[in-house]
Each structure stands twice: as structure tokens, then as C-alpha cells.
Design a protein. Structure first.
Length: 113
């Protein structure tokens, strides 16, 4: 389950951010997940719950926003959503494409006291 690795990094970043901002208890963590990461939100939340025991994020709720994968064709320069057309440009048919969104995991913000 690769979600544990992501949860560990989120927890580390959240705690460091909280310390730097004088927060002693984290109540909420907002995360943006790119579609191409294939992360199961429930598994990520479970991993954060397990790894967060005994930490300042022990009772933190996780808010998850999903970001669709966006592709750019390097032949004709259009952008489109991967889920709609896959790895072939719908405009020119080229496979000379690259993923420009949807591979990221971002801790957007956290809340606490």
C-alpha cells in the first residue's frame, strides 16, 4: 500500500509546518491528489490515522481534493483531460504528449491551535 508512504510524508510536512507556525495541535489537513497517482483516498486517510497516533495530528481530519490528469500535445499544443481521450491527442492523433497536471500531491493547508 503506497498510501502509507504518502501519508508519512504528509504527516511530516504537516508537523513541521505546524511547529514553524506555533501550532501545537493539528485539526485539519487539506490535500490535493493528482489522478495519475492512483491513491485510494480511504487508504490515505487510514494511513494518516494509524501513523498520526501520538502526534500533534492524532485527531486531524483530512480533506481531499482530486485533480484530474491534464495532457498537453507537443505536436499541436492543445490540452485535454486524460480520462476523456487517453494518450492520443484528440485533435491531431499524435502520441507526442506529456502530462502537465494530475501527478501531484500537495498539502494545500492545515488548521490547528
Amino acid at each position: 500500500m503506497h498510501e502509507f508512504g504518502f501519508a508519512q510524508q504528509i504527516l511530516f510536512l504537516a508537523q513541521e509546518t505546524a511547529r514553524l507556525n506555533g501550532i501545537s495541535k493539528i485539526s485539519k489537513i487539506k490535500v490535493i491528489l493528482g489522478e495519475q497517482l492512483n491513491i485510494m483516498p480511504e487508504a490515505l486517510e487510514f494511513a494518516l490515522c494509524v501513523l498520526g497516533k501520538g502526534t500533534m495530528a492524532e485527531t486531524a481530519a483530512m480533506l481531499i481534493e482530486h485533480r484530474k490528469a491534464k495532457i498537453q500535445c507537443d505536436t499541436c499544443a492543445i490540452r485535454y483531460y486524460w480520462a476523456e481521450y487517453g494518450y492520443r491527442c484528440p485533435e491531431c492523433g499524435s502520441r507526442d504528449i506529456r502530462i502537465v497536471e494530475g501527478t501531484e500531491i500537495i498539502m494545500e493547508y492545515l488548521e490547528g491551535e
